[in-house]
Structures are given as C-alpha cells and as structure tokens.
Design a protein around this ligand. Structure first.
Ligand code: AHR
Length: 675
C-alpha cells in the first residue's frame, strides 16, 4: 500500500481509540474440568499422532523500514533532531533554514551551503553570537524528537564538529527542562579555525524525575562567529553499541523472539524516485560521512541507521537478515527493464549481498571487516523489490528474471523472493513469493483465514512479508489482536505453504498522531510497538506475536471442530467465532508438549470440549497463557502499557477429554505435557 496516511483526508481509520477505563477480566479460577459436554457446546478433536505439516523454525520475524519515525526518533539512539542541518520540512523539501533548531539569547543562525564539513555533510550551521556572557549565554536549542527523554543517573554523550572565526571561548552543552531549568551542563574548550570533533559526557543526577520535556542547548559566553555540523546526543544504547539502538525498544522486540529481519523496506527500499532509494553504500562507516536522504514517508533520514546497524540489530536479537534489494522501480513509477539499463542496480544488489555474506577477502566483505565486523553474517533469503504489483507496466517479469539469474549465478544457495503472484513472473519461477495482507477492519481479516487452505502445494512457498488487522486507532485494539491470532492460526495450519510471516509496520512514534502530515510522528496507523521520547509499550497485537512465537511448535497436528458459534460483523457478515491451531513441540528425551492456540471472538465465555486421541498419557495439569479484555475496543497506551497483556496460569483436569472455557474476547495457548 502506498502513502495511506499522506494527508489527513486519506486517513482510512481515523477513529478515536475508546477512552473507557476498563480493567482486564479476572480469570476464572479453573479453566478445565472433566465435565460432560454441554448441549451444543463446541467440540475440538485433536489427533495427537497425526502430523499435518512441519513448521519452519524461522516462521516469525520482523518487517522494518523508516516509517512512523521508526529509526529517526525511534529505534536509532540519536536524540537530536536534524543533527546535520540537512533535514527539510515535510513536503517543501527546501532546506533554506535549519529546521528543528532555534536560537537562545542574542544569536543568529543560518544554513551555510558554502562551508561544508565534507562531501557528505556538505553544508553547516553558521552561528553568529552577537552578545553573550556567562550570565547571558547565546547559541542554539534543539527539541529532540518531540522531546528528549532523560532518566536519572544516566550518562548522555554529546558530540559535534565545530570551527570558529577568532576566539569564541568555551562552548556550553546543556540538557535543560523545556521550562528553562538546567538539568546538567558541561563545557568544551579549544574551538579553532579548522573543523574538529568535540565530545563530552553529561551525567544526570540520581534524583532526576524521568521526563521527555527537555531540550538540548549549545551556547557561547562571548560574541563571535562559529560553524557547527553533526551535533549529536546519545543516551545508553542496547549492548552499549556505539551509534547504537534504543534499549527499551530492543527489549520489546527481543520479547517476540523474532527469527529474521526484513529490511530496509517496504517503500523505503524503493524511494519516491531512484535518487531517493535506500543507497546502502552511502550508509556505511562514520556517520559523519553519510549524506542522509529523504524517506518516502516524508521526512529526513540521517542514515545513521545504515547497513551495518541493520546487521548488528540482527546479531543482537539472534535474527537472520532477509535483505530486500532495490529492483529498478521507484514509487513514482520510474523504472528500468532492460538488462543493460539494470546492470548497475544488479551490481549494487550483488555488492550488498557480498557485504553481508562475503568473506573478508572479497571486496565488500573487506569493507564490512573495515567497518568492524570481519565475520560474515548468515543469510538465506533475498527479496527482489517491494510490492511490484504496483508497476502496471508489467516490467517486473523482466526485472525479476534479470536480478534472479544474476544473484543465483553467484549465490545459488540463496532463496529468492518475488513480490508478485507467481503467474505474473512467467519468465522466472520464484523460490518464494511475498504476500501482503492488510485487513482494513477486523471482519476483513476473517475473510483471509482460508487464503492458503486451497493453494496448490506445488506452487512456490509463501512469505507473508507484511500483514496486519486494522482495528483501533492509532494502534490496534483487542479486536485486532483476536483477528491477528485467528490469522496466525491459519498460517500455522498451512505451515507447509507459509514459511515466514512478519507483521507491519513494526514501530510508531506516537508523540504527534494528529495534524498536518508534515508535522506528524506517525504516517501509518496500526503498528506493533508504540513509544514517545521516554516510554514505550506493546499493543495487544504485539502480545499475540509474542505468544505465538514463544509457543512455536515443530509440527502441526490434525484437528477438527464442530458446533462452533458465529459472530456477526458490523456489515452483517457472519464468521466462526473460534479459530485454533494445534501444534506439538518436541523436547530432547521427552515426548513433548501439545499446544492448542485459540482466538475467541465470542462475546461471552465459551466452554469447549477438547478430545485428544493418539496419545497415551498426559500430565494432569497444563499451562494456559491467555490474553483477554472485556472491552474488545480497548488497547494499551503509553500510560497503560500492559492494560491488555497475557497472563499465565495452571489448568487442572487435563485428560483425553476435558472442557476448556475460553474467556470472552480472548487469545490463548494451552500447553499440555505429554508423558
Ligand atoms: O507497511 C507500510 C507499507 O505498506 C510498506 O512500506 C509497503 O510495502 C506497504 O505498502
């Protein structure tokens, strides 16, 4: 989908999230009992000895791109907005003034396009201090990305490049409350006539109240003229990596146990024009040597989140990279389709793959080693383009074949993914296809629950590279989570066809979700993880991902159900209210566990009679992980981050026949130990 939230009038799901304060339902003390089946109650029969399909251990992963301030003002640890002064304001894209910066005291600032730091950062901020003293300093201020999140007893690293005309004296870097009170301050001496990098640490006091209503200032105490570039501020990063990532967001993602990362897009790989694609070679090395570029989601990308940062993100969370290469098509329709025209882009993709998996004695493997990572990364999948069904000229057939042949010739071990239906690339059968399933409303997702049941098993396997149920705004509610769980159950049921799946988008900065698109922090509603400059949380949909990923089985077991009740959507359509999948997880030296995953859209508690055959002995108790909400419209928020979250409890009375009562509006996993 392109630019869904380009302007407010195009917003499809501009529905305010219900603000009703409702508590999570108290779980009934006993979920299972060997009681007889109530008349008409649903019955679930499981053949524990009949395997339907094997499950790819890499089924669940993450899809990511620069959208919703996902990296800038999100995962990427930089706290200064527009550190290079190259950012441009929204649609205007005329960097005539240093956006997101303002002056403090008697100072004047201007972009100086003649005074560059280097060819990448090819302009600077010229700062004229007209009058200043220690009591009345003058300089510049930056508000961060809708604030700067500060925590007590924490070290923040300031760095910048500067040069001056004459003696401007020491500069003062400070973290300041938005109201003006200084939190912590440090001084830097030695600004001379040539560019030099300066760095200092600022440590907040132990009594500081965590807050995001803070700004950064850099001031002088005497008059003069100086130039600044790459003014940066980092807090702690995950695993203390330099130029690293925000720890709370990494920890939330780690909780999902993702096995792969699809990057760098999405639309972000393509760009609005060829010139605005993700040019990976320009994202390597020293961040002060990266020019940055405009993202198709209408804001500036510093490219601090570059190729190696993506790969280290994979390494730190135990994920395999799933690289999406630019395939000669941009969002504005610009495209190339002959082998000759595409040759430079094919080479760009081959070099990119070499950067990831090449040994250090290859050209781009050597570059990776120089960048600090001699060891090649393990990678199995490469996707060619993104959503090329939007290219109505039909050029993808040629483009795909050209990229496929060139990549396969050099890397026969790689599985190559097409972005269109198999019959749209007759010139070259893909190894896999990437399907995108965005359901605009919970009922629409229920229409997708049989998408793969009838797919010919001889057709290429499927990567569901982007999918989500849109219900709730700005983030998914419990209804969305139930439909998501029903969808995931349908994918697991078809695990012989669907090898991988990733929800999209992953991240959203929720600081400013309303207003002109130029000013918004979120371009696409309904995402897994929300945050501002200080806090973060997982949505109910996030917890569905977590529950399914944490309980990934090895095989799908045969199961069937009868007497399932229906629910009726707002548009009068009727759908089964209970969806499920049964899997088995083996354990070394043990018979393993049977996992019943369910999504119940029923508005009341629902007893289900479970009948297990093909298994001799079961543990009498089982573990139930369940998430429920009495209000299906409710969701989580920055202030109530775990209002809806899974809880775990022990269930008694497990036998070859037992009754499990599913709470109204719930998603859960019952894990039964086989003995
Ligand atoms: O996930 C948001 C967007 O949806 C992606 O950038 C694009 O691939 C799809 O249309």
């Amino acid at each position: 989908m392109r630019r869904l939230f380009e302007c407010p009038t195009k917003m499809k799901n501009l529905k305010l999230l219900s603000l009703c304060a409702l508590s999570v339902a108290l779980l009934a003390p006993s979920w299972a009992a060997p009681a007889a089946k109530a008349a008409g109650a649903p019955e679930l029969s499981i053949a524990a000895d009949r395997v339907k399909a094997r499950i790819n251990p890499h089924l669940y992963g993450l899809m990511t791109e620069e959208i919703n301030f996902g990296y800038e003002g999100g995962l990427y640890g930089e706290l200064i907005r527009n550190r290079s002064f190259k950012a441009e304001a929204g649609y205007a894209y005329q960097a005539e003034e240093p956006v997101y910066w303002s002056t403090v005291g008697a100072a004047e600032m201007a972009l100086d396009k003649k005074t560059k730091l280097n060819d990448a950062l090819d302009l600077s901020l010229a700062l004229t201090i007209k009058s200043a003293s220690p009591a009345q300093p003058a300089g510049i201020r930056n508000p961060g990305y809708w604030g700067i999140g500060l925590k007590p007893g924490t070290t923040y690293t300031v760095s910048f490049y500067a040069k001056a005309e004459g003696d401007v004296g020491p500069l003062v870097a400070a973290l300041v409350k938005a109201g003006g009170a200084t939190i912590v301050v440090g001084q830097i001496d030695g600004i001379g006539k040539d560019w030099k990098k300066f760095e200092l640490s600022l440590r907040t006091g132990s009594g500081l109240q965590p807050s995001k209503d803070n700004v950064f200032t850099l001031t002088a105490t005497r008059p003069g003229k100086l130039w600044l570039q790459q003014v940066s501020l980092f807090g702690p990063t995950f695993k203390n990596r330099p130029n690293g990532l925000r720890p709370d967001l990494m920890e939330l993602m780690a909780g999902m146990k993702p096995k792969f990362l699809r990057f760098p897009g999405g639309n972000y790989v393509e760009g609005d024009t060829f010139a605005q694609r993700f040019e990976w070679k320009k994202t390597l090395g020293d961040p002060a040597q990266r020019p940055g570029h405009r993202s198709p989601w209408n804001y500036w990308s510093s490219d601090g989140m570059g190729m190696l940062e993506f790969l280290l993100w994979c390494e730190d969370l135990g994920m395999e990279p799933l690289l999406d290469v630019f395939a000669g098509y941009a969002l504005n329709g610009e495209r190339l389709s002959t082998a000759e025209d595409l040759a430079p882009y094919v080479q760009e993709a081959l070099d990119q793959i070499e950067y990831i998996i090449g040994s250090p004695d290859t050209k781009w493997g050597a570059q990776r080693a120089k960048d600090g990572h001699p060891k090649p990364f393990a990678m199995r999948y490469v996707e060619i383009g993104n959503e090329d069904f939007f290219d109505k000229s039909g050029s993808y057939d040629q483009r795909f074949a050209i990229f496929y042949k060139a990549i396969k010739a050099k890397y026969p071990q790689l599985q190559l993914i097409s972005t269109v239906a198999t019959d749209a690339t007759p010139s070259q059968r893909p190894d896999m296809v990437d399907d995108h399933t965005y359901a605009w409303g919970e009922a629409r997702m229920y229409e997708h629950l049989n998408d793969y049941d009838q797919r010919p098993r001889t057709a290429p396997r499927v990567f569901v590279g982007e999918w989500a149920t849109h219900s709730g705004w700005p983030m998914p509610n419990m209804k969305a989570a139930i439909a998501d769980a029903a969808y995931l159950a349908s994918l697991e049921r078809n695990a012989d066809v669907v090898l991988m799946a990733a929800y999209a988008p992953l991240l959203a900065n929720l600081s400013q979700v309303m207003g002109h698109s130029r000013d918004r922090s979120m371009q696409w509603a309904t995402n897994l993880i929300g945050y501002d400059a200080l806090k973060s949380y997982g949505t109910p949909s996030y917890y569905v991902q977590k529950m399914f990923s944490e309980h990934l089985g090895d095989v799908v077991l045969e199961s069937s159900a009868r007497d399932i009740p229906n629910w009726t959507s707002d548009d009068g359509k009727s759908f089964p209210a209970l969806h499920w999948v049964v899997t088995r997880k083996s354990e070394t030296g043990k018979p393993g566990r049977i996992q019943i995953k369910f999504a119940s859209r029923a508005a009341a508690d629902q007893p289900v009679r479970v009948k297990l055959s093909g298994v001799k002995k079961l543990a009498p108790t089982a573990v139930l992980t369940v998430m429920t909400s009495p209000d299906p419209e409710a969701g989580n928020s920055l202030d109530e981050p775990t209002r809806i979250a899974p809880r775990t409890q022990t269930v008694k009375g497990i036998a070859s026949e037992f009754t499990l009562t599913l709470p109204a509006y719930s998603v859960g996993v019952l894990e039964i130990e086989v003995r």
